[in-house]
Design a protein around this ligand. Structure first.
Ligand SMILES: CC(C)(COP(=O)(O)OP(=O)(O)OC[C@H]1O[C@@H](n2cnc3c(N)ncnc32)[C@H](O)[C@@H]1OP(=O)(O)O)[C@@H](O)C(=O)NCCC(=O)NCCS
Length: 157
């Protein structure tokens, strides 16, 4: 496995949105255990791409990514974060999250929020390890689709 230190994080604004999105969707199952394709709407790469980043290893492979945006009321919404299966537990998720935090704090955001499925234990442990509090949001994503909302404070940049 490549050490996290050999992986660089590149903002999506430096990359071409369409091919990055296609590459990540082509390799979707290396990043996700459930089908999240519908959550990769082009708007997250084109219009909100300035808040996103890809982690690229020494071979030029995409090994992680983060997508999000800061709302008008200064909430930093972390839409998706994923690390390729062979790079997990090497602090890459933490690095991607910090990259997003710094950018969000720089735009004035004070709170970061993410949403995950109640059975996504890795995601829950990951966000809690970053200091997030969690609450159950019933039928958040529609009938029978409860979600956990994870919220944490950002330090001012
Ligand atoms: C959630 C995810 C992004 C975490 O990425 P990662 O690079 O493995 O996480 P890190 O190595 O930065 O872990 C940071 C801390 O989170 C916690 N953590 C991460 N994964 C964990 C797991 N599977 N079980 C328990 N704790 C975990 C640990 O406290 C860890 O610190 P430690 O390794 O020093 O103990 C990754 O598991 C993933 O891509 N999952 C599939 C996609 C997904 O579900 N994304 C979340 C959507 S909200």
């Amino acid at each position: 496995m490549t050490a996290a230190g050999e992986v660089r994080i590149v903002g999506l604004s430096e990359l071409s949105a369409t091919p990055v999105r296609e590459r990540l969707l082509d390799r979707h199952d290396r990043f996700w255990d459930t089908d999240t394709r519908a959550l990769h709407h082009p708007v997250w790469f084109h219009q909100f791409g300035g808040f996103g980043a890809v982690a690229i290893d020494a071979d030029g492979e995409d090994v992680g990514y983060v997508l999000g945006a800061v709302t008008a009321d200064r909430l930093a919404y972390l839409h998706l974060i994923a690390v390729r299966d062979d790079h997990r537990r090497s602090s890459l998720g933490r690095r991607l999250s910090h990259w997003f935090d710094e950018l969000a704090a720089g735009t004035g955001a004070r709170v970061v929020q993410a949403v995950t499925r109640p059975d996504n234990e890795a995601a829950l442990a990951f966000h809690r390890s970053l200091g997030a509090d969690s609450h159950l949001s019933r039928e958040h994503a529609g009938a029978g689709a409860d979600r956990i909302v994870l919220t944490r404070w950002l330090s001012p940049s």
